[in-house]
Write a protein that binds this ligand. Structure first.
Ligand code: ADP
Ligand code: MG
Length: 333
């Protein structure tokens, strides 16, 4: 396969740290793993945590450190991820074959990486627990998953666990700056804030957002980021909240629908941001609670596939039912 040109690579691959030192977070985890490697005592690993926090990158860096040269790497490292079929038969065949053969040119142990392991069936996981024990002499397993609770306890107890927390703003910003400087991209301060806010600690999401925004717009600003990923702009959300609080039901309904149509916004996304806004508006506490409670109901119904029009009415109703007592209390005071 021809080498992909560097410039065509998605940034998440182009800027995937090659060594443990390059990773920007989880220093305590990395130094522990580094010590395991240095002392040649690598245990079976279970890396878990939300997406885009460096789990796959970490284990690939470890494997590369152990097997710097390509042919060794190929012979000693087996990587399976969610796109592979991982029913019980694949686990038996692929993993067992790889685990049980000794290669001629490499010493030390082999590494089997099971990425997105929480997508494996319980049966497949159960089949693995025996293999993990049987081949501990010459194979180290590394399970990677988002949800620890989806791994069977037997596997959890055979591994040393590390939790990868979402990255903080302070960790993400310098790395993003470094990358945008290399790519010659102009990012405004508000654009940077928007990327970090929307990424929510997921570095993959941040880089993908930046790359697609910079491809479609000259400059990365708050507006271009939001527009590019189809997220409601903050000014639209404000407008929607104002309509719900100040206009008649009918006006609010038609105008919000118009905004949805013009900007291609899903009610789900609006709801999420409106919820954040409700916490910032200075409502009396009992009204805030009422609204939040209603918004929860609307979201629940929406996620079970009910009519978006009806749920939009529900959202507006939640606000208007809460605001009316507020207005009448103002009238009397
Ligand atoms: N801690 C980190 N330091 C630097 N870059 C990171 C870090 N975490 C994630 N990234 C970036 O995000 C991309 C996805 O990371 P990855 O390790 O695949 O995440 P996951 O935790 O979902 O396996 C990487 O290619 C890298 O560019
Ligand atoms: Mg991963």
């Amino acid at each position: 396969m021809p080498e992909l040109q560097q410039s065509n690579l998605p940034w998440v691959e182009k800027y995937r740290p090659k060594t443990l030192d390059e990773l920007i977070s989880h220093k305590d985890i990395l130094s522990t793993i580094n010590r395991f490697v240095a002392e040649d005592r690598l245990p079976h690993l279970l890396l878990y945590g939300p997406p885009g926090t460096g789990k796959t990158t970490t284990i690939l860096a470890v494997a590369r450190q152990l097997y710097p040269n390509n042919s060794q790497f190929g012979a000693a490292v087996l990587e399976l991820n969610a796109s592979d079929d991982r029913g019980i038969n694949v686990v038996r065949e692929k993993v067992l074959t790889f685990a049980s053969t000794r290669s001629m040119f490499t010493t030390g142990f082999k590494i089997i990486i099971l990425d997105e392991a929480d997508a494996m069936t319980k049966d497949a996981q159960n089949a693995l627990r025996r293999i993990v024990e049987k081949y501990t002499d010459n194979v180290r397993f590394c399970f990677i998953c988002n949800y620890l609770s989806k791994m069977i306890p037997a596997i959890q107890s055979r591994c040393t666990r590390f939790r990868f927390a979402p990255l903080s703003r302070e960790q993400m910003v310098p790395r993003i700056r470094e990358i945008t400087e290399k790519e010659n991209i102009t990012v405004s301060d508000s654009g940077m804030s928007a990327v970090v806010r929307l990424a929510n600690g997921d570095m993959r999401r941040a880089l993908n957002m930046l790359q697609s925004t910079s491809l479609s717009h000259d400059e990365v600003t708050e507006d271009t980021v939001y527009t590019c990923i189809g997220h409601p702009l903050r000014k639209d959300i404000k407008k929607i909240a104002e309509l719900m609080l100040n206009s008649s039901f009918k006006d609010a309904f038609t105008q919000i629908q118009q905004i949805q149509r013009d900007k291609g916004l899903a009610l789900q996304d609006i709801l999420e941001d409106i919820h954040l806004l409700v916490h910032k508006i200075d409502f009396p506490t009992h009204l805030r609670l009422k609204i939040v409670d209603k918004l929860c109901e609307v979201e629940f119904r929406l996620s079970s596939g009910t009519s978006e029009k009806l749920q939009l009415s529900g959202m507006i109703a939640a606000f208007q039912l809460a605001r009316d007592p507020l207005i009448s209390s103002m009238d009397t005071s």
